[in-house]
Design a protein around this ligand. Sequence first.
Ligand code: SF4
Length: 345
Amino acid sequence: MVSTIYIEDSIRGHPRVERICSQFNKAQIVWCDQYTEVFNPKAQNFRLQKRNPALILAAKRDAFVMQVPSNYGLGGEQNYYFSHMLNCIYDCRYCFLQGMFRSAHYLLFINYDDFSTAITSILSDRGSGKPAWFFSGYDCDSLAYEPVTRFAQYFVPFFGARSDACLELRTKSTQIRCLLTQEPFPNVIAAFSFTPPDIAKALEHRVPSVQSRVNAMQKLQRVGWNIGLRFDPLIYVHNYRQHYANLVKEVCSSIDVSRVHSVSLGSFRMPKDFFKTIVKLYPHSPLYAGPVELGADGLMAYADDIKDEMLQYVTDLLLQWIPHAKLFNHEQEQNAISAKKYGLM
Ligand code: SF4
């Protein structure tokens, strides 16, 4: 439960602000000029804040939509991402957000209309061609905070009405009510991320169980939504083969794999500076004691032999269920995104 809400003065009275405040009617409201006063100061302890994060409501003023490398994605020629929220209500030990942001507070940009105007402008400038892809789950989980953000409630119909764009909602949550209560759109993909249950128990705190995510996918498929599977990051443990064999079987045997839109995978990797920050926050996490090393691309990742073997093994498992054309290895592409986004290239 949020006990403090920081709000930028400039959005006082905005209907989305009023509605969110009424949902947290016991929260203390603190007005500020700019969210950066609260979110950016250096002397903050992410780990302590994560225990009781505040909510920050702000307006994004620029860089609404970012381009990702042309070879990234799910078969589209143009790929973009946009972030209505920074940070996440879950707490995954491998999450780069802990290393990227100084604050663990949830920062929500409430000016959705400005995002949709920016998306419309990009689409009208680009001319014809295959639909462009928009990825919404880079700096947060797309659906986990839906009861507060109503992000999908706004953006799913927006994308659903367009034939020139596709939206990926990337999530580990079971917040699917907003999808179940509207018609399915073929260009909106609910993509669920998975890690084997024992590894998830150790590294993914507050995240719904694998079984409940599978149940959510089943419900969505039943009413016609496109779903995607994401096995990213793959986490190495000495008996990872057994863990991933069980996971792939559990997930793929429980859904209609013939109607899965896409499957992607990539192994654990993270910019070096983020990695160093997170090790200081969680020095005893088994993840950071594992066989991780600095690569030539400036990212901390598993040694090539481990990484290649894991990717090949899980790819082979998935190919027993999914045709090759639906399988995307995001290893190279996401490295490029991370490196570019965080000034490493
Ligand atoms: S669900 Fe995703 S965004 Fe949220 S903490 Fe885990 S890895 Fe980070």
